[in-house]
Ligand binder design. Structure first.
Ligand code: G4P
Length: 530
């Protein structure tokens, strides 16, 4: 165990997953507010301005005022050192959003109380569930009229397939939202007006046994309703079980309103106690403990061309064990070279800070002269490890790509393959054909623009993109019949990826089911292990 054990134990590294507009940004701001990192919510990550400041390095971003990258926020709260991984979610949803989840030890799922489980939450949840990391649910916007609490819990259980355990319970919603009932302390917690969350609200805690005081605080009607719901509550959701939470089988559920601060601090305190310290990671079948003496990390994201003039790239690494020391030499396992990491930095929302040290659980960005690939392992020279690669995630948008100038075929194929290597896009070719016909797949449509931009600006290649109607792709994990003989629906297409693995493209989910039904023993997967 390293002497820096304490530093590692106090770290909590998590991602916030949600559908756009559920309140991820607002909740992050409130965490920072309680952590004392900012005095006034909104000053660090106020949407357009701060996001713009983070990444004014790419023309597309400048033109559109959005960020294609994701960043990390680090702050202190009551002795904890918290790393929040930002998962890009609006137009900039991409494979990087999924990859970022691979660097997190737990996830906070924000759900809009009037909308329930939405599409993007479902997608991100799947990736977290695949990893079996703990997932904490914050049901937000209780200051607006909300869906019935029992229905919300039911929806999470049925739609996502995870058991729920409400840690607290909302008292009313919309104009009638008074606060929450805390099940553990058996008290109600009400809040004073927090002036839209610019000040920390004063809380009032009353034991539920003091019925008179409770009625005085929230009104007779709200009290009656609360008591009725609490009686039913024992039948809803599951018993709290920390082991099940840590195994990602049970999600503790909290209610609140990020905008007005209701329930944010209760959430943060409970979450930090329940969430895991940095978790051990798998290397060739062995688990590498975070508190190991030696430094190790893996690359989960590469940001290409942060500065066009230099074609520079930043490799984002998650430290998995030990302490990172900027002066020490490290080994890049895949490249077989020992080196010093260049310009190690912490990429915050609105600034970059050069780092001299960091610990397991932290994320660092280092200058990449073009040697790193996604999933690579970097470690102390004497270590002999190689972390499991990052899966390839199913793209959802597809297009046929051709270069306008047919004379430039060779550079075109080379460039597009390079961009695919960087992990910005995925390329496929038809089964049993060469690279004459290139199909590009992306997780978020913006990646098409990124592709076009990079080809035109970096490589001087003009392209034509013809959208294809496919929306689903599945890797073939197992098939009883030869791939070429598989029978699917008429609109199904057989392709292979860069590693020559066979895949099927489908226009809709119905075709997937049909194909599975028609081919006994066929096993399809939404991820490809690398
Ligand atoms: P996101 O990052 O998940 O996309 O969501 P974000 O926090 O940006 O919130 C989306 C909108 O929802 C914002 O309003 C925000 O103020 C609002 N919001 C967030 N939490 C709550 C809440 O607890 N209660 C209520 N009533 N609203 C909430 P906007 O009008 O789109 O932006 P803004 O102009 O207010 O910043």
């Amino acid at each position: 165990m390293g002497s820096f054990d304490k530093e590692i134990q106090r770290r909590r590294t998590f991602a916030i997953i949600s559908h756009p507009d559920a309140g991820k940004t607002t909740l992050t701001e409130k965490f920072l507010l309680y952590g004392g990192a900012i005095n006034l919510a909104g000053s660090v990550k106020g949407k357009a301005t701060a996001r713009h400041a983070v990444s004014d390095w790419m023309e597309i971003e400048k033109e559109r005022g959005i960020s294609v990258t994701s960043s990390v926020l680090q702050f202190e709260y009551e002795g904890y050192c918290i790393n929040i991984l930002d998962t890009p979610g609006h137009q900039d949803f991409s494979e990087d959003t999924y990859r970022t989840l691979m660097a997190a030890d737990s996830a906070v799922m924000v759900i809009d109380a009037s909308k329930g489980v939405e599409a993007q939450t479902r997608k991100l949840f799947k990736v977290c569930a695949m990893r079996g990391i703990p997932i904490f649910t914050f049901i937000n916007k209780l200051d607006r009229d909300a869906n019935d609490t029992f229905d919300l819990l039911d929806e999470v259980e049925k739609e996502l397939g995870i058991a729920t355990c409400p840690i607290n319970w909302p008292i009313g919603s919309g104009k009638g939202f008074k606060g929450v009932y805390d099940r553990k302390s058996e008290s109600i917690v009400t809040y004073s007006d927090t002036l839209k969350g610019t000040k920390e609200g004063k809380t009032n805690v009353i034991p539920i046994s003091d019925e008179e005081l409770v009625a005085k605080e929230i009104g007779e009607e709200a009290k009656e309703k609360l008591f009725e719901e609490l009686e039913l509550l024992d039948g809803a959701g599951s018993e709290f079980d920390l082991d099940a939470v840590r195994a990602g089988k049970l999600t503790p559920v909290f209610f609140g309103s990020a905008l007005t601060n209701f329930g944010v601090e209760i959430f943060l305190e409970n979450f930090l106690k329940m969430a895991t310290t940095p978790i051990a990671r798998k290397s060739q079948g062995d688990m590498i403990e975070p508190t190991s003496d030696e430094f190790s990390a893996f690359v989960f994201k590469i940001q290409a061309n942060m500065n066009k003039a230099h074609r520079d790239r930043i490799a984002f690494m998650r430290i998995c064990s030990g302490k990172f020391d900027a002066d020490a030499e490290v080994k890049h396992v895949q490249g077989g070279k020992t080196m010093r990491l260049s310009q190690p930095q912490q990429i915050m929302a609105d600034e970059r800070k050069i780092l001299s040290e960091a610990y397991a659980g932290d994320i660092i960005g280092v200058f990449d002269p073009g040697i790193f690939s996604i999933g690579d392992t970097v470690c102390a020279p004497k270590m002999n490890i190689c972390y499991e690669g990052i899966p390839t995630f199913a793209p959802e948008h597809f297009a046929r790509v051709r270069q306008v100038d047919t004379m430039k075929r060779k550079p075109f194929v080379m460039c597009i393959s390079q961009i695919a290597q960087d992990g910005a896009i995925q390329i496929f070719k038809e089964l049993n054909s060469g690279l004459e016909e290139i199909i590009v797949g992306v997780v978020g449509v913006l990646q098409f623009d990124v592709l076009r931009y990079r080809l035109e600006n970096e490589y001087n290649v003009e392209i034509r993109l013809d959208p294809l109607p496919y929306e689903h792709i599945r890797w073939i994990e197992h098939s009883n019949t030869e791939i070429s003989k598989l029978t699917g629906t008429s609109d199904m297409k057989k392709v292979t990826d860069l590693k020559d693995r066979p895949l099927l493209l489908f226009v809709n989910a119905w075709s997937i089911q049909m194909t599975l039904d028609r081919n006994e023993g066929l096993v399809l997967s939404e991820f490809a292990r690398n």
